[in-house]
Design a protein around this ligand. Structure first.
Ligand code: NAD
Length: 490
């Protein structure tokens, strides 16, 4: 069992919350207690923002030589790799992710993110405008200030790294609020940053609830920008908070990814791609391929193959390396997923695969579930379930497939399956989504930006140009070369 820090990390030191309250972190696979962690309130958030403010306004970090800044970020990547087993086990125990996923993806991806962004600081460049002959006009790119970063529980360490790597590379200071459900790996990350020697106040981690610590953080006047990943309903509250202080805001929100399978698609690849797309991390993925759009001529064969294969998936103890499907993150989330399933049945969708729920209320195992003959107006076709629930819809022609794919308030991602390259690009141009994966390959890459169309977000996560745009401020500088004074106002 790894050893976990259980306090708040503020101004380079480990401290209890001002009110000395704690929060019990549970293992959703067993219901057992993992750790009791300090819970931040508005007083603690204020201390963290003030520390970040001082570190930004007076400290060395934003003024550090760019290569030196990059080296520290790189060292953090190396420390994450050295701690791979403990970090992976932490997220596995904390949110029920299979250990093969945390070892194979979550932790290596977090390390890759820091390594990749370690190379950014000395590439950040401004512009020079050729305007009038008697002046030089420049645009500087400067660190933006104190960033409030708020993340959800579905990829605890990776979500933190997605925010922190570009924020730190751009020379900002940050207050990170992990989800109250999953604070342990974020606190371990703070411990590793401390060992590397990041100056006090550059990275602060306050664990607290959204309603209390989260609200205090986004409303704090010392924060320059809010960057948030979570539900779109919470995103709306971020916009309200940002409005008060005229803060910048970047939102990465929910999705309802359609997978469009065309009759010329390579079916073996489709079967695996569709199953991974929706059941990986038990569907608790923003880009989970939750809507399968299949041509009516292929429907029966594809359904048969998908259902047969899903039945072979191994669900169970997340710490067992053979386990492919773990459990949901909390009993509350299980109840939400289950209510979507009940509603789908009530609205007339045909349930072709499910399993029985565990009788033990302490664990959060939910079986992979597939609904067939889903129609566009049904709730299950429109709202984000964030669980292992696949909805299958049929279409008659390409135009109807595109119409169904776009008939949704989210626009995070879409999957296309076809061997016809012209069709792939034609359909891509009609889809209203920020990321299109053609014949698989939609995985997260540090250098590829994540955009959300419609209710899926504002701004861009990752991507080097986009990160510089999101996390630096622009300053226009006009330098006059004139040697004669202006005739006016004499
Ligand atoms: P959530 O919105 O409930 O919570 C996210 C974070 O916001 C948590 O840290 C929470 O404590 C905090 N929070 C909640 N209310 C707040 C408030 N009023 N003020 C400030 N902070 C507040 O989301 P969740 O259920 O934890 O995560 C699941 C959601 O995250 C899904 O909708 C999923 O699609 C989305 N998500 C999106 C992406 C992406 O890149 N677009 C990635 C991962 C997850």
């Amino acid at each position: 069992m790894p050893r976990w820090p259980n306090q708040l990390y503020i101004d380079g030191a480990w401290v209890d919350g001002a009110a000395r309250r704690t929060w019990t972190v549970l293992n959703p696979a067993t219901g057992s207690v993992l750790e009791s962690v300090a819970l931040a309130d508005a007083v603690d958030v204020d201390r963290a923002v003030q520390a970040a403010r001082r570190a930004f306004d007076e400290g060395p970090w934003p003024r550090l030589d760019a290569l030196a800044r990059g080296r520290m970020i790189f060292q953090l990547a190396e420390r994450i790799r050295a701690k791979l087993d403990d970090l992976a086990m932490t997220d596995t125990l904390n949110v029920g992710k299979p250990i093969r996923d945390t070892v194979g993806f979550d932790v290596p991806c977090a390390a890759d993110l820091f390594e990749s962004y370690a190379g950014l600081p000395d590439k950040i460049a401004g512009k020079c405008y050729g305007t009038l002959p008697d002046n030089v006009t420049m645009q500087f790119r400067e660190p933006m200030g104190v960033i409030a970063a708020i993340v959800p529980w579905n990829f605890p360490l990776t979500n933190a790294a997605i925010k922190l790597a570009p924020i730190l590379a751009c020379g900002n200071t940050v207050v990170l609020k992990p989800s109250e459900v999953s604070p342990l790996s974020a606190l371990m990350l703070a411990e590793l940053a401390h060992e590397v020697g990041f100056p006090p106040g550059v990275l602060n981690v306050v664990h607290g609830t959204g309603a209390e610590a989260g609200t205090a953080l986004v409303r704090h006047p010392g924060v320059d920008k809010i960057t948030f990943t979570g539900r779109h309903q919470t995103g709306v509250q971020m916009l309200e908070a940002a409005k008060i202080g005229m803060k910048g805001v970047m939102l990465e929100l929910g999705g309802k990814t359609p997978s469009l399978v065309f009759p010329d698609a390579p079916l073996d690849m489709v079967v695996n791609g569709v199953i991974t797309g929706i059941f990986y991390n038990l569907g608790q993925v923003c880009v989970a391929g939750s809507r399968l759009l299949v041509h009516e001529s292929q429907h029966d064969e594809l359904m048969e193959r998908i259902v047969a294969k899903v039945k072979t998936l191994r669900q169970g103890d997340p710490t067992d390396p053979k386990t492919q499907l773990g459990c949901l993150a909390t009993p509350q989330h299980l109840a939400t997923v289950n209510s979507f399933v009940e509603r789908a049945k009530h609205e007339g969708a045909r349930c072709v695969l499910t399993g029985s729920l565990s009788k033990d209320a302490n664990n959060c195992f939910y079986p992979p579930t597939i609904f067939d003959r889903v129609t566009a107006p049904m709730t299950i076709a429109r709202e984000e379930v964030f669980g292992p629930v696949l909805s299958v819809l049929t279409y008659r022609d390409e135009a109807e497939a595109v119409r169904l794919a776009n008939d949704c308030e989210f626009g995070l991602m879409a999957n296309l399956w076809t061997s016809d390259g012209t069709r792939a690009l034609r359909v891509t141009r009609q889809l209203r989504a920020g990321r299109i994966a053609i014949n698989g390959g939609g995985a997260l890459r540090p250098n590829v930006p994540v955009f959300g169309y419609k209710m899926s977000g504002i701004g861009a996560e990752l991507g080097y140009d986009e990160a510089v745009h999101e996390y630096t401020s622009s300053k226009a500088v006009i330098y006059s070369l004139a040697t004669e004074k202006s005739p006016w106002p004499e």
